[in-house]
Write a protein that binds this ligand. Structure first.
Ligand SMILES: [Zn+2]
Length: 389
């Protein structure tokens, strides 16, 4: 490594150690936790302190070191630097803000009764971001990452297709970069299911699983040994348009018999007497009686059949259900297992584990915010320079 890279790497290590620590750490404690020498740690801490990334606490004298010099613990300064996450869905646009501790410090959202156009989504995101930033006036922003239920172009700048938003070749990055208040920020966009998988990996480091995420549509990700498979075009794991029946119902993507045409929110809402407006999660929570039973049957058996095909190819031990599937997991799991027993080779090796996402509500939004703050951990010196420190 070159010297500048070593410094970046070490600053990132100190920052990350403090971000994941439950309590403030002394320079000696940081040296022990990071394996760096005490003089190196002291120099790095001074640099991060003068940039305002860290906060110094009152000196303490450790119990064991009678007569020793007091140590001055440091911690991440709350809200000194933040990343913005945003999510666009058929039922809402949301923005949240996380700081270097990776804590969500503010969030706001606008519920929608129909999917926004790309332009409307950008206006709503810019408004919500401005609202959050006005509440946190002294913070510095590393960037914004926007989660979208759609497929991106390989350069990550446009949405090639988001059928459940009605978007086709939308220049989202360009629109975001020219939105008032967002012009100065680093902008990125990402598929929602991929961001859910990234959020999930915080608690499933190194694991292998198939993620299925039910939201505006049905997204997915294939994760092997902690690596989210991207594929040649970036949509590996897109389980929603796996064909279950060539003569099946019409899908919004233009094909027939896709998983989405059976188990997506819009497919279930079409079959329901209940109005499909408001939050998607609330729609499923409100289903009851025969209607709920029919929805569970339709989702469990189609999802199980789709997962059997996927598991036969990728041979992974765990299925992780997210979005509205998470709330239905207890009821759909037996139906999924029945399909796996019938159609999956995995059944020969024993049970496939059906689990739910560990992250809280809106995991794609959480993943977007994590994405937005990560560059500061990757290159702290660069950000200290950019923030004019
Ligand atoms: Zn389809």
């Amino acid at each position: 490594m070159q010297l500048t890279n070593v410094r970046e790497h070490n600053l990132g290590t100190v920052l990350n150690t403090l971000a994941t620590s439950d309590s403030p750490l002394s320079r000696a404690g940081l040296a022990q936790a990071t394996g760096l020498t005490k003089p190196t740690v002291s120099r790095l801490v001074d640099e991060l302190l003068s940039a305002g990334f860290l906060l110094e606490h009152a000196p303490t004298r450790s119990a064991g070191a009678a007569g020793g010099r007091p140590s001055t613990p440091v911690s991440i300064a709350e809200a000194s630097v933040v990343g913005l996450g945003a999510s666009v869905s058929a039922d809402h646009v949301a923005v949240n803000m996380i700081d270097l501790r990776r804590h969500v410090i503010a969030s706001a959202e606008t519920p929608l009764t129909r999917a926004p156009t790309p332009r409307d989504a950008v206006v709503l995101i810019a408004d919500l971001a401005a609202q959050l930033l006005a509440e946190t006036p002294h913070t510095r922003v590393s960037g914004i990452c926007v989660s979208v239920p759609g497929r991106l172009t390989p350069d990550g700048r446009r949405i090639r297709s988001a059928p459940n938003l009605g978007w086709d070749d939308a220049p989202l990055a360009e629109l975001l970069e020219s939105a008032p208040g967002l012009e100065a920020l680093d902008v990125s966009i990402e598929n929602d299911a991929r961001l859910v998988a990234e959020t999930e990996l915080v608690n499933r480091r190194g694991e292998g699983f198939v993620l299925v995420y039910g939201e505006s549509g049905i997204g997915g990700a294939v994760v092997v040994d902690g690596d989210i498979q991207r594929g040649a075009n970036g949509w590996a794991g897109e389980i929603g348009h796996l064909c279950l029946d060539v003569d099946g119902p019409q899908c919004r993507c233009g094909r027939r018999g896709c998983l989405e045409a059976y188990a997506s929110y819009w497919a279930i809402a079409q079959q329901s007497m209940q109005a499909g407006s408001g939050y998607i999660s609330e729609f499923f929570a409100a289903l009851e009686g025969a209607e709920r039973e029919a929805a569970i049957e339709r989702i469990g058996s189609s999802l199980g059949l789709a997962l059997a095909q996927v598991l036969n190819i990728v041979d992974l031990p765990t299925v992780v259900l997210g979005g509205y599937f998470r709330h239905l997991a207890a009821d759909v799991a037996p139906l999924i297992n029945a399909q796996l027993d019938r159609h999956a080779l995995a059944a020969e090796a024993g049970d496939v584990r059906i689990e739910t996402t560990t992250a809280a509500a809106r995991p794609s939004l959480a993943g977007a915010a994590l994405r937005a703050i990560q560059p500061v951990f990757d290159a702290p010196a660069e950000w200290i320079r950019r923030f004019g420190g």
